[in-house]
Design a protein around this ligand. Structure first.
Ligand code: MN
Length: 290
C-alpha cells in the first residue's frame, strides 16, 4: 500500500550572492539548515534567470579546487564551459547536464560559453553538490557530459512531464552514473496538470521550484521563484497539482550516514582530512589547468 511522503517544510532562499562574476545565485541549501533532510545533497545554488550584456570576456569562476563530492550543473538558459586538471573539458547548453565527480580532487574553471558571452542573453542554471561516501572520497575524478537528447522524458499525466537525469522514474533510467542511489528529475508542468511522482521509500527527497505555482499533496504551496520543499524519508510518492506553468527539480537519494566536515570547496569526514585537502591543493597535488 502506497503512502505519501509528507512535506516537512517550505523554504525561501537562505542567501543570495555572486559566484565569481558569472553566477548570481540564490542558495536553497545549506543556507536553510536542512542538511539532514537533503542528505546526500550538500548544496543547491540557483543562478539567474539574469540578463547579461554582450561582452568579449567570458564571465564565471577562475580556477578553484573541489574534493570529496560531486558537482552537478543543469543548464536551462545560456551555456557553461568547463575545463579541469584531469584533462576533461565540456560545454553544456540548455537541457544539458554536467556531472563532475571531483572525488580525490580536481582544479577547474567554470565560464560562460564564448558564443553566449559575445551575444549576451538570459542565463539560468542550477548547481547541486552531491556527497560521496568515505569509501569513494579519494577515488579518481570522473566527468560525465550529458546531452539533452540522452535524457529520457516520461509523462506524469496530461501536461506534465519529467526528464529523468539520474535514477529511475516510471521505468525510465536516467543516463547519469551515480555512486550512491540518487534520483534527479526535471519536471515541466502546465497549469492545471496533476499527478504523482514515485520516490523510493527510505530516500530523502526535496523539490525545488524554479518558477511557478504548485500544490504538493493538495496543500503545501510552492509559489513564485526559488523555493524548496523538503519531504519525509517515509512514504513512496508525492502528489502535485500545478496552478500555473511550473518548472521543478526533484532530488532524492539514499542518505549517507557518515560525519561531514566541510570547508569551502572541500567536503570530507574529518577535520584532519580537510587540513590534508588544503595542503594537497596548495602544494599542487590536485593538479593545475593547462
Ligand atoms: Mn566549481
Amino acid at each position: 500500500m502506497s503512502t505519501l511522503k509528507q512535506v516537512l517544510g517550505v523554504y525561501e532562499p537562505g542567501s543570495q550572492h555572486w559566484v565569481g562574476d558569472g553566477f548570481p545565485v540564490r542558495n536553497l541549501f545549506p543556507s536553510n539548515g536542512v542538511a539532514d533532510a537533503v542528505n546526500p545533497f550538500l548544496m543547491f545554488d540557483y543562478a539567474g534567470p539574469t540578463a547579461f550584456a554582450p561582452s568579449d570576456q567570458p564571465r564565471g569562476v577562475e580556477e578553484h579546487p573541489h574534493r570529496g563530492f560531486e558537482t552537478v550543473t543543469i543548464a536551462y538558459q545560456g551555456t557553461v564551459d568547463h575545463r579541469d586538471s584531469s584533462g576533461n573539458a565540456g560545454s553544456i547548453g540548455p537541457g544539458d547536464v554536467q556531472w563532475m565527480t571531483a572525488a580525490s580532487g580536481v582544479v577547474h574553471e567554470e565560464k560562460h560559453g564564448k558564443a553566449f558571452t559575445e551575444a549576451g542573453g538570459t542565463f539560468e542554471m542550477v548547481q547541486l553538490w552531491v556527497n560521496l561516501p568515505a569509501a569513494h572520497k579519494m577515488s579518481p575524478p570522473r566527468y560525465q557530459g550529458i546531452v539533452s537528447a540522452d535524457i529520457p522524458v516520461v509523462s506524469l499525466g496530461e501536461g506534465a512531464s519529467a526528464r529523468v537525469i539520474a535514477g529511475t522514474l516510471q521505468g525510465a533510467q536516467g543516463p547519469a552514473r551515480t555512486v550512491t542511489p540518487v534520483g534527479l528529475f526535471d519536471l515541466r508542468l502546465k497549469a492545471g496538470s496533476k499527478g504523482r511522482i514515485e520516490i523510493p521509500e527510505g530516500h530523502n527527497a526535496s523539490i525545488a521550484l524554479l518558477q511557478g505555482d504548485v500544490l504538493l499533496n493538495g496543500a503545501s504551496a510552492l509559489k513564485g521563484e526559488a523555493k524548496i520543499a523538503t519531504l519525509s524519508r517515509d512514504g513512496d510518492a508525492v502528489e502535485f497539482e500545478a496552478l500555473a506553468d511550473s518548472t521543478l527539480l526533484v532530488m532524492s537519494g539514499e542518505p549517507i550516514n557518515e560525519p561531514v566536515a566541510s570547508y569551502g570547496p572541500f567536503v570530507m569526514n574529518t577535520q584532519e582530512e580537510i587540513r590534508q585537502a588544503i595542503a594537497d591543493y596548495r602544494s599542487g597535488r590536485m593538479g593545475h589547468l593547462h
